[in-house]
Design a protein around this ligand. Structure first.
Ligand code: SAH
Ligand code: SF4
Length: 382
């Protein structure tokens, strides 16, 4: 007997996950699916919204103030299912990392970094891989797989909240208090989805993490910076890493397209900057490359007049890289120059190193570990 596979038929499209729709999108989807007439859409969407984003429900049957037949029609047309969490790791220092599979070949890493007290930041990814190839970044050695959808970005927050036990949305004293787009990928190359996800996450009747607590980090996609500010009103972080064009051309090759003078002009024009809303400059400390006292002074000169804080990131080495992390004394000397000039410049202590959750190491490292475990298992089996 032989089986024939009919490849001519198109696969049935997966139902839309309502978690990835903005309020407007949700209203339109409910009307289009015949769940309610247009004049009732605002009220119905608001009701469903609260269940999804305030209570975090994953089952339409839990929406107790929605009639049973409407629940059934919602369930027939849409889904609220969470993606699969393939791996969950908790570091000695409390850092948590989840590997989330949203589709075949789409695995996303998300990291929760506890801060002082109960608060903490969730580091989310905006793409799988990256089209840019910053020479010190491991993600940059991977090809772009694709942009994440708004649903996939929101899902990272939902998975973290599930695990931290933060439903319904607590009013205060939250463990997940901040969000940083500093995982895999360049958020400004996926601004439509990032902006939708921010609208969803920041909504007051839902997850309600305010825009001032959401930071989007870019390697310097200059033409998109004004739009980021206008559309999202989020806090801006810039991966600077060098204070002159020849060096930045090497470290962040996108600099050749958008050099420092253009980048600094776009930063200065970012809407809403003030002492309460500062730009974060990220500066990875690379031994003998960008870590001299002269460079610290050049950095001060470059950012003069901009309400700013500076994050000094000790370089996280990865297999095959030629860069090394600056010595601790060198980093402290660099930080002291910035501090003396009045800048808050915390040295970002590497977190979650034992679970490979550090900056610039996401996904590719754990993929390697899994691949090597697989090879080991294969060898053992042979
Ligand atoms: N693509 C965006 C956001 C993701 S990268 C951007 O580049 O800003 C998040 C931060 O991690 C950036 O500042 C990046 O430069 C930094 N980073 C990347 N690789 C690193 C490494 N190996 N060690 C330390 N920081 C790294
Ligand atoms: Fe991409 Fe950011 Fe890594 Fe550069 S540092 S390769 S922009 S993820």
């Amino acid at each position: 007997m032989s089986l024939t596979l009919d490849l001519s038929r198109t696969p049935i499209a997966a139902p839309v996950n309502l978690s990835g729709l903005t309020r407007e999108g949700l209203r339109a989807a409910l009307v289009e699916a015949g769940i309610c007439p247009p004049e009732k859409a605002k009220m119905r969407a608001s009701q469903v919204w609260g269940w999804i984003h305030h209570y975090g429900v994953t089952d339409f049957a839990a929406m107790t103030n929605v009639a049973k037949d409407t629940q059934a029609r919602l369930a027939a047309a849409f889904t609220l299912a969470r993606p699969e969490v393939v791996e969950r790791q908790v570091s000695n220092d409390g850092t948590r990392k989840w590997l989330i599979r949203t589709a075949l070949g789409i695995e996303i890493e998300t990291v929760y970094i506890p801060d002082v007290g109960r608060a903490g930041a969730l580091c989310v990814s905006s793409q799988v891989g990256c089209t840019l190839n910053c020479t010190f970044c491991h993600t940059g050695t991977q090809k772009l797989v694709r942009n994440l959808t708004a649903a996939e970005i929101v899902a990272q927050v939902q998975v973290a909240r599930d695990d931290l036990g933060e439903w319904p949305s607590p009013k205060e004293d939250r463990r997940l208090s901040n969000i940083v787009f500093m995982g895999m990928g360049e958020p400004l190359y996926n601004l439509d989805h990032v902006a939708d996800a921010v609208d969803i996450i920041a909504d007051n009747e839902g997850i309600a993490i305010s825009r001032r607590r959401i930071t989007v980090s870019t390697s310097g996609v200059v033409p998109m910076i004004p739009e980021l500010g206008e559309r999202t009103q989020t806090m801006l972080a810039i991966s600077l890493h060098a204070t002159n064009d020849p060096l930045r051309d090497v470290l962040v090759p996108l600099n050749k397209k958008y050099p420092l003078d253009q980048l600094m002009a776009a930063i200065r024009a970012y809407p809403g900057l003030s002492n309460a809303r500062r730009v974060t400059f990220e500066y990875v400390m690379l031994k003998g490359v960008n870590d001299s006292p002269e460079e610290a002074r050049a950095l001060l000169n470059l950012i003069k007049g901009i309400p700013a804080k500076i994050n000094l990131i000790p370089f996280n080495p990865w297999p095959g890289t030629d860069y090394q992390c600056s010595d601790w004394k060198t980093i402290e000397r660099f930080a002291a120059i910035l501090n003396k000039a009045g800048y808050a410049s915390p040295i970002r202590t590497p977190r979650g190193r034992d679970i490979l959750a550090a900056c610039g190491q996401l996904k590719s490292e754990s993929e390697k570990v899994r691949a090597s475990a697989l090879r080991k298992a294969e060898r053992a089996a042979a």
